[in-house]
Ligand binder design. Sequence first.
Ligand code: NAD
Ligand code: 89V
Length: 339
Amino acid sequence: MLNGALIGCGFFAQNQMHGWAGIEGVRIVAVCDRDATRRDETAARFGARPYADAAAMLAAERLDFVDIATTVASHRPLVELAAGAGLHVICQKPFAETTADARAMVEAVERAGKTLMIHENFRWQSAVRAAISAIRDGAVGRPFFGRVTFRSGYDVYAGQPYLATDERFIIQDLGIHILDIARALFGDVATISATTRRVNPRIRGEDVATMLLEHEGGATSVVDCSYATRRTPETFPETLLEIDGDLGSLRLEAGYRLVIQRDGEQTLRDVAPPVLPWASRPWHNIQESVQIIQQHFVDCLRAGGVPETSGQDNLKTLALVEAAYVSAREGTRIDLRGW
Ligand code: NAD
Ligand code: 89V
């Protein structure tokens, strides 16, 4: 049995607690939040011991891992605390606000000889995963073009008010997932250029971003994100894909339709995710991916493997985020090979 503790009992952590409850051989024995109502409600709902302070919790409990579900500013002290206590760590995205913080966290967990996985769950959504598997299996040959797109007008600010007040919004919060999917599909990135816009005047950061990526393997991809798109049907939170390869094409269309064309033939698969018993539409897609990535973490711990979205791997996704902001600010194309 693996004993875990959750730090941060906010909006998204509830999904993580439900996810853990569905994984065999794992129990979350303790939860921590500075906010008394949040920690007590979460502890009571899931049968865990509540703590107000993370260090006190780690000192009192016998744990194998911690799951950090706080917002980004607290990640470094909490990851370093967990590494110092000799624990495996899962940390929510965005992992860090600076490259220096991200590297320090990766090094801290490496020094402890433990596993660090970033909760970068979009590439684990079952529909996206079906597309990634098809591409990796050569379904369209060698991809030369991709579009990875997320366009919505969903009111994300209601559940996550900090998204309206943070200086950086869509690339750091949502684009990070979409850039990570582009990496999973087409490999590491040589250059990136980006433009950003704020359409909604009531928020502080950018709510539209359009990015052009040249991948080291030769593909070019467009990663475009918007929370200012007024359109029906509303597709939140679906990531849609258009991929052309030298032997065929793949589309992940709205409504979770995966279409592959090759040699004059078309296959159409319904890749809609299940609505887990604790999940609700339209979040069920993201909610299922939480449990899938948690299972991946547990599988890696048991087999001694490295998670696909390890801390080390996530440094490359974070570099894309940072480079996109630099590109948008300076109007330049950024060569990541020198970063
Ligand atoms: P939130 O503000 O609702 O919850 C964070 C909680 O952490 C708060 O209750 C706060 O009191 C607590 N906290 C902060 N610092 C703490 C500390 N040092 N010790 C104890 N408790 C502390 O935030 P949220 O919306 O749940 O987002 C949390 C993270 O999850 C963010 O990084 C966000 O980007 C990410 N997120 C990920 C997904 C996804 O699909 N992967 C979706 C939504 C949010
Ligand atoms: O996944 C996330 O990080 C969320 C959302 C999908 C709403 O952008 O913040």
